[in-house]
Design a protein around this ligand. Structure first.
Ligand SMILES: [Zn+2]
Length: 295
């Protein structure tokens, strides 16, 4: 069955008060790890791709892998383009058959973000494709990988509170754009945390009461479990994870390579522990988000 739109998936999550885990996947192994665990956990799940992995012909391969992975299991799976800033890329992934896209106009002024998001929504809805947008701006941690692929700290290093979503903007933004899901900035950041995030729970509660669109949290990796649980209680329906499944994989791989006696060993041997570590992390997130046995 399983390829569905993100819109219907998030509507169910919002109605039944759980959250769908959305994992950025860069290759076959990651896609396979996500859908295999989702099937075992009977959990809806979202496979996401980022521009860096779609460049240089990657789109053709990664979109095909994700679609095959989605269609191979009998729980709902959405295939999503994460953090697109380029309309041409959105058109290309639409042609490749994704079920949802995120247009990221979060660094633009409100009016421009709303106008460009509306343009993407008007286009994508013609094809039944779900659109996520971002209001406020989820910044990037100082070190480690991040979902935007830059790995850079914010150049201007301004007060992070300046980037939080303003609840007063939410109703107007959703009304203008007709967007299907809304990513909000309430204290999480992309990448690997260097200190505990300062969560704006009151703001999140206020936004959820206003927003007609289900809410999305970026920068889920490394956010303390109790903060994640509270965000879900306050209405977040989708949380993005990337850095944490990379860390789990790379930590195990580093250990495996250090103990590898035979340098001609097959990949199924070399990467075995790394994949197991990544699957364990995916399972932890699915259970923490309460989406197990919801698919
Ligand atoms: Zn993000």
């Amino acid at each position: 069955m399983a390829l569905v739109t993100m819109k219907e998936m998030l509507a169910d999550a919002r109605a039944r008060h759980y959250c769908v885990a959305a994992f950025d996947v860069s290759n076959y192994e990651m896609a396979r790890n996500v859908v295999d665990v989702a099937a075992e956990e009977r959990s809806p799940v979202i496979l996401m791709a980022l521009k860096n992995d779609l460049d240089n012909g990657g789109l053709k391969y990664l979109s095909a892998i994700c679609k095959i992975a989605a269609e191979s299991i009998d729980v709902p799976v959405a295939v999503h383009l994460d953090h697109a800033v380029d309309f041409d890329l959105i058109k290309d992934v639409n042609d490749a058959g994704v079920t949802s896209v995120m247009f990221d106009g979060s660094t633009l002024p409100f009016e421009e973000n709303a106008a460009k998001t509306k343009e993407v929504v008007d286009y994508a809805h013609k094809f039944g494709v779900t659109v996520e947008a971002e209001l406020g701006h989820v910044t990037t941690a100082i070190n480690g990988a991040d979902e935007t692929g830059s790995g850079q700290a914010m150049a201007d290093a301004k007060d992070p509170d300046d980037c939080l979503t303003n609840p007063k903007d939410v109703e107007k933004f959703v009304e203008i754009t007709n967007v299907d899901a809304l990513a909000v900035a309430v204290g999480t950041v992309h990448g690997v945390y260097v200190s505990r995030p300062k969560m704006a729970f009151d703001r999140l509660k206020e936004i959820n009461a206003i927003s007609k669109a289900p809410l999305v949290l970026h920068g889920g990796s490394g956010t303390p479990d109790e903060d994640i649980v509270k965000c879900i209680e306050l209405g977040v329906s989708k949380i993005n994870i990337f850095s944490e499944i990379l860390c789990a994989y790379n930590t195990a791989l580093k250990d495996s390579l250090n103990h590898l006696g035979n340098l001609s060993s097959w990949p199924c041997v070399t990467f075995k522990e790394a994949n197991e570590a990544q699957r364990a992390m995916i399972r932890n997130k699915i259970r923490l988000f309460g989406s197990n046995n919801k698919g």
